[in-house]
Write a protein of this length. Structure first.
Length: 82
């Protein structure tokens, strides 16, 4: 049986599908996330952080947000004469 993957034009992949699967080895690895090392990390609980931003950037953004909110609250207080 041929691999069932279709490209953007609609042409079917020419490789043979793996036994018991519908995709060839190349497309199976890409589309079905057939990564045994990743599965072992997921089951053991030792997975690296998935965040794109390091903790220091998130902390700096939080501090900046708090400063902006504090300044806004001060402006509103002075505007309302509290």
């Amino acid at each position: 049986m041929r691999c069932v993957h279709l490209n953007r034009v609609g042409d079917q992949c020419r490789d043979q599908a793996l036994e018991g699967r519908q995709l060839c080895a190349f497309h199976s690895r890409i589309l079905e996330d057939d990564d045994p090392e990743g599965q072992m990390e997921a089951t053991s609980g030792r997975r690296e952080g998935t965040s794109r931003f390091p903790m220091i950037y998130r902390l700096a953004a939080l501090i900046l947000l708090l400063l902006i909110l504090l300044d806004t609250f001060g402006s509103i207080r002075s505007w309302l004469d509290w």
